[in-house]
Design a protein around this ligand. Sequence first.
Ligand SMILES: NC(=O)c1ccc[n+]([C@@H]2O[C@H](COP(=O)([O-])OP(=O)(O)OC[C@H]3O[C@@H](n4cnc5c(N)ncnc54)[C@H](OP(=O)(O)O)[C@@H]3O)[C@@H](O)[C@H]2O)c1
Length: 293
Amino acid sequence: MKNVVVTGATGNIGSRVALTLAARQAAGQGGGVIGFVRDPLKAAPLAAAGVTLRQGAFEDDASLRAAFEGADTVVLITAGSTLAEQARAGIEAARAAGVRKIVRVSSLKASVDGPTDATRQDGRVEAWIRERGLAHVILRGHCFMQNILKNVGSIRDEGKIYFGTGDGKIGMIDVRDIADAAVAAVESEAWDGQTLELTGPEAIDFHAVAAAVGRELGRDVTFVPVPPVAAGDTARRFGVDAWTATVLTEYCAAYAAGWGDFTTGEVERLSGHAPRSIADFAREVLVPAVRGG
Ligand SMILES: NC(=O)c1ccc[n+]([C@@H]2O[C@H](COP(=O)([O-])OP(=O)(O)OC[C@H]3O[C@@H](n4cnc5c(N)ncnc54)[C@H](OP(=O)(O)O)[C@@H]3O)[C@@H](O)[C@H]2O)c1
């Protein structure tokens, strides 16, 4: 049975991957699951579910190597302005520790000349992974449906969703499907060497998002387009760091221009189930958040 380390294990995707793998292990269907975490207190629910915690940070090479010791596979999730540096440290530590395979959660259409800094950084990361000769699967996630949770307050108070993508259609995805795809990429060698763009079932604009949310909520919800720069500025005013706000502006401009107007069948191919729709997300995640707050 192979041991798997999940980095970013307290995050949206990593926590679901770690919990799913731990459940498989508890059912006798998988090896050990290790969560690489900065804060064991924050990771207490993972430990309670059977995930072994190894504390550290990407900036601490010794902690990375210790966490990766004895692992067959690393699910490499990094985040923020230094995401490429973090990933580079993770790739080098994986090689030093004798890790066989990396499952990388990357950015949509990652490319060194992409339209956002996250896209460009992940373009570099993907090149390093391929150069280093490790077995790998690269999963490029489309825009997360969970980003809409930032609008819970305006949906509840005003029946409005503000966002900076204009009429651009986006093949947005529920992060639960990215996690399911990552688990499949860990458990099977069938996808090794592949780079897969993961999307939801349809490319939709935010007018359609608002309509779907309204249907599930049972009241009118409308989309209010704002300029991409205004979306970034608003995020900054709500306490988001400068890099993230700039990247948000860049993504909004790209999506408004149609850069994200596509879907693929990769989620179903990997996970064996259809990707969740915006109606599924609204019913199961967003509306409970709107009603619960
Ligand atoms: N938003 C989108 O639409 C979208 C689309 C595609 C891809 N992505 C990217 O996909 C990646 C995963 O997304 P996510 O939502 O799962 O991320 P997330 O919820 O923001 O979680 C990030 C994880 O990385 C950990 N982390 C951050 N800096 C670290 C460091 N220096 N050392 C060790 N751990 C560190 C965090 O730990 P703490 O809990 O300690 O902070 C957390 O566990 C991100 O890079 C995201 O930007 C996003």
